[in-house]
Design a protein around this ligand. Structure first.
Ligand code: C2E
Ligand code: MG
Ligand code: MG
Length: 681
């Protein structure tokens, strides 16, 4: 509650002390100044010594008060500052000062009454000092009155009751002046007290306003929370209703948006048709229809319009079959089952459907264009199982889409076998590490000039249940499924361990292939560090081979990752150079250590690849990179590339990829050959 009653408000001593001290500084300076004027302004009289002593006493007192003033300035704000003690010190100082002045008044009465000018100046100064104090001591009426009394009373009493008649009037004036100052002191002190009360109340008011504001904010926050809760509950309820509605529709077999059969109802419809077709020995065709460009429409025009498009497509499709033979599989996928329909008729219907869907759809004054990809499966040719027929039509559609073909296609068993094989490989790859089906082989890379071993490339092999699968087949599969991260980490680890044990040919570096997905993986550098640390292989004995495709994926990230790899002392090679889309100038941005010219250029030397190889060698040299040629199969190739300036050579001519244990034998034989045929080097 705000306190407005004055009597209930305390007038803090600290505030009073602060005001007194703050106002006292000017008064002190004036005291020093005018005391000096009185002591030295009328020099030459007989009381010089007495005046000097008075002046020195007042100066000493003023210095002590000045020191006290500065002490207050420095410590007044401190929590431990004792305001009451300061008030006593201040009162003591001010009263002593007043007594000094009062004493000077008595001195003036007795010894200066013959010197009119000096007496007048003295009395004017005394009056001015009292007047000034009424202002500077306004915070305390007691001090003001005591000051005025101590200063004026001695002179006034002497004047009224003394022997000099011409000074009596001055005595009365002094008394009257003192009374006026006292009245003023009462007024000023009450004014200041009011000011303090207002200030105090103001602070309380501000605090009350701030607290009210805080309360209001808190209430607002609580209101927001409740609002959010209500909204969330509403959303939850809506979702629940949606789910239940969906469930009801599902149970009723109807797709809520289009009114067509849903998955379950359509599948059982196909089952029934296939069953009766088997009895009556007629063919059934199943069409899997997927819209092209629907996602873009949905994204650009919103879901509402997207829904209208789907309704329109459903209505167009219903022209090609009976109501119970048309279903929505989900999203923008529709299914049609056609009894008494063979391959030729199915293809004709599919083409007609494509043409129909291709017709512009006008919705909300927008002309929209779609197309459809259709896959077809047939009973009894492909399967007598409804689910299988749907899957077959689906993969046919998907394969058409993948190959960028727009015309409808009928399922073929080769495709199915291929897809099944791929799936089997993908499934097998998941457990390849665990089942110890992966191993590394090594292929040496030879220094073109000295014919020593420059590095050894690690190449991955997969033995899938006794059948070797080439890296050209399983690496892309591992990349597609994301398994390459785990497999790649295994390769890096294994290669580092094997290389750390090589003691032949001056312990050459090992070169490990790293896929783009691996390189861009956030954990790659950790995996790299761990492989080096756990094997103890020095970083400079590890080369990382990446392909140009890193540039196409994310150039900035590739540059940053390569930099981080190189900071560790690991060297980086660009593999299969020339097969990607990067230009020679882009090499500069990648800052790699070696360039490996793809074996297709080496093997096509006679067919005109020479220019490309020469350009690559030139750029590599300009960039300070080593240049490695892959796929060297004959001594002629080796000689020609050496002459062209390639620094290292790799290929079957030197060695096919061999096991880790065979590598040691190869290296020993290679060294021996070199020493028995030194001309080879
Ligand atoms: P790459 O890195 O360019 O490896 C060189 C390929 O050329 C190897 O095939 C090797 O056996 C083959 N080769 C070497 N010299 C000759 C030769 O004189 N003539 C012929 N015709 N071929 C030669 P490979 O081992 O089948 O590897 C194929 C690709 O699979 C590799 O190409 C590499 O891109 C990838 N790959 C192999 N292992 C790994 C791996 O651990 N991780 C990743 N990410 N990719 C790997
Ligand atoms: Mg390689
Ligand atoms: Mg290569």
């Amino acid at each position: 509650m705000i306190i407005t009653n004055r009597s209930r408000t305390t007038y803090p001593v600290a505030e009073k002390v602060a005001l007194l001290y703050t106002n006292s500084f000017n008064g002190l300076l004036v005291t020093i100044l005018v005391a000096s004027v009185l002591a030295f302004g009328f020099i030459g009289g007989e009381y010089n010594n007495a005046k000097l002593m008075w002046w020195m006493a007042l100066m000493a007192l003023s210095m002590v008060r000045l020191a006290d003033y500065f002490y207050f300035k420095l410590n007044g704000d401190s929590q431990h500052f004792n305001a009451s003690a300061a008030l006593i010190r201040f009162a003591f100082g001010i009263l002593l000062t007043a007594i000094c002045w009062g004493g000077y008044g008595v001195f003036a009465y007795f010894f200066l009454q013959n010197n009119n000018i000096e007496l007048t100046v003295t009395l004017v100064i005394l009056a001015a000092m009292v007047g000034g104090a009424a202002n500077s001591l306004a915070a305390s009426k007691t001090l003001t009155i005591c000051y005025a009394v101590a200063l004026l009373l001695p002179f006034s009493v002497c004047s009224i009751f003394g022997q000099y008649d011409h000074l009596r009037l001055l005595g009365y004036i002094g008394i009257l002046f003192g009374i006026a100052i006292a009245i003023n002191a009462f007024r000023a002190s009450s004014f200041i007290a009011d000011a303090f009360i207002f200030k105090h109340n103001n602070e309380k008011l501000n605090a009350a306003v701030a607290s009210l504001k805080r309360d209001a904010e808190q209430q607002q926050q609580e209101l927001e929370k409740t609002k959010e809760l209500v909204q969330q509950t509403q959303i939850d309820l809506e979702q629940e209703i949606e789910k239940r509605t969906e469930k009801i529709f599902q149970l009723s077999g109807v797709d809520p948006l289009t009114g067509l059969l849903n998955r379950t109802a359509f599948t059982s419809q196909v089952e029934n048709l296939v069953e009766s077709a088997a009895e009556l020995e007629h063919a059934v065709a199943l069409l899997f229809i997927d819209l092209n460009g629907f996602k873009q429409i949905n994204d650009a025009f919103g879901h509402k319009l997207g829904d209208s498009v789907l309704e329109e497509v459903a209505s167009r499709l219903s022209a090609f079959c009976q109501e119970q033979h048309l279903g929505r599989w989900g999203g923008d996928e529709f299914l049609i089952v056609l009894p008494y329909t063979d391959r030729t008729s199915a293809l004709s219907v599919a083409q007609a459907i494509e043409t129909s869907i291709h017709q512009p759809i006008t919705l909300a004054s927008n002309q929209l264009k779609l197309s459809a990809t259709i896959g077809i499966s047939l009973f009894p040719e492909h399967s007598d199982n409804a689910m299988e027929l749907i899957q077959m039509a689906d993969v046919t559609m998907y394969e058409q889409k993948r190959q960028g073909r727009i015309e409808p296609a009928v399922f073929n068993t080769d495709l199915y076998a291929r897809l099944k094989d791929q799936q089997a490989l993908k499934d097998g790859l998941v457990n390849a590490i665990e089942n110890k089906q992966l191993h590394l082989v090594y292929q040496p890379i030879v220094n073109a000039q000295k014919e020593g071993v420059w590095a050894v490339e690690a190449l991955l092999r997969w033995d899938f249940n006794g059948t070797p699968v080439g890296p050209d087949v399983f690496i892309p599969l591992a990349e597609q499924s994301g398994l390459i991260r785990e497999i790649g980490a295994w390769v890096l680890n294994r290669a580092c361990i094997d290389a750390s044990r090589w003691e032949f040919s001056g312990a050459p570096p090992v070169s490990v292939n790293v896929s783009v997905i691996q390189l861009f993986d956030d954990n790659f550098l950790d995996i790299l560090d761990r492989a080096l640390a756990s094997s103890g292989l020095p970083a400079e004995r590890l080369h990382i081979e990446i392909t140009e495709s890193v540039l196409a994926d994310n150039k900035e990230k590739a540059i940053a990752q390569i930099q981080l790899i190189k900071q560790r002392g690991v060297q980086v090679s660009i593999d299969d150079f020339g097969t990607g889309f990067s230009s020679l100038s882009q090499l500069q941005t990648l800052d790699v250590d070696h360039i490996k010219i793809d074996r297709s250029f080496v093997q096509d030397l006679s067919a005109g690849s020479e220019t490309i190889i020469r350009a690559t060698i030139f750029i590599a040299r300009e960039l300070g990179c080593d240049c490695v040629a892959e796929g060297i199969e004959t001594i002629e190739m080796a000689d020609q590339l050496r002459r062209m300036g390639v620094t290292s050579l790799q290929g079957y001519y030197y060695s096919k990829p061999i096991s880790n244990s065979a590598l040691l034998t190869w290296a020993n034989e290679f060294e021996q050959q070199k020493s028995t045929h030194p001309e080879a080097s």
